[in-house]
Design a binder for this molecule. Sequence first.
Ligand SMILES: *Cc1c(COP(=O)(O)O)cnc(C)c1O
Length: 366
Amino acid sequence: MIPFLDLKSINAQYRTELIEACTRVIDSGWYIQGNECKEFEKEFAKYCGTEYAIGVANGLDALILILRAYKELGVIKDGDEVIVPSNTYIASILAISENNLVPVLVEPDINTYLIDPSKIEKKITLKTKVILPVHLYGQTCNMDEINDIAKKYNLKVIEDSAQSHGAYFKGKKTGNLGDASGFSFYPGKNLGALGDAGAVTTSDGELANAIKALGNYGSNKKYENLYKGVNSRLDEIQAAMLRVKIKHLDEETNRRKEIAIYYLENIKNENIILPTVRTNDNHVWHLFIIRTKQRDELQKYLLDNGIQTLIHYPLAPHKQEAYKEWKNESYDISEQIHDEVLSLPISGVQSFENTIKIVKAVNEFN
Ligand SMILES: *Cc1c(COP(=O)(O)O)cnc(C)c1O
């Protein structure tokens, strides 16, 4: 069986380095908010090109804390509206609801699966305060158009970069394309820890300080509480794992790109639609998505041929029980995407032999 994602092999590449890093933490006697977290924050900010990176417990918390900090700083308030793509992973939307803000769904472009900037302005009201673009599947959104709209209406731009570590838009990396950005280092992401982890990047010092405090009980100084904060910190072990893995991120991304290019050039099946890529730099291929009307049949056929695939995602957010208030709304493009997409295996450890097998099987499907 060709697995969808072989995490064990991915981490086995760095086994010696990971064990060394783990030992360093064990022997330091310091397990929360120590040197590893501090150094990783510096390294990650430098990687993204921002002034600050703040380690947090996971990607959802990263987004929750950015919005929460803007509330504490008086930029937004309960009931304000946040524009978010209708086909995103549910976490982007949960971060908005969690803050008593209102998610306003905007349809994606059917070719790129990214929020369609031409549909944003129609959804802006006096309550709109934030646009939350998601660089879904690893491809950066059209940030020029999004930032122009944000400027025109005085909105904050919060990137959801959970799937796009290292992707560029016109020479700048995700995490540095808006006012602030949330990252996830869930084990299966392009930069994955060995457990839950996340970070916020920003070049706004006031925002960075508020987020740092909010994730630490609302405190920047022991026993002095500025805010009613939470506990959401990046622990030393995960920071140490990430410091090993970030050194290898670009080479892993390059291997993903080689697989993606091979798929794009060699998958030839009139029933299958390949992903649309703006430029080679814009995409880090967190997922390789194909689309077909016979999605379920194709998935079963590939499984019968020893190839595991997944669906990202099977059910649109507005169809979820958690958001039953949207039950009667329809987002046609999003629904079509959720019915038709299939994710082929792609990773930094996939062999060329397996990539060829996958292409051959996909081409023989009818
Ligand atoms: C994974 C993911 C998140 C959430 O990250 P966690 O670390 O799992 O909390 C948020 N947004 C998107 C688009 C994601 O893919």
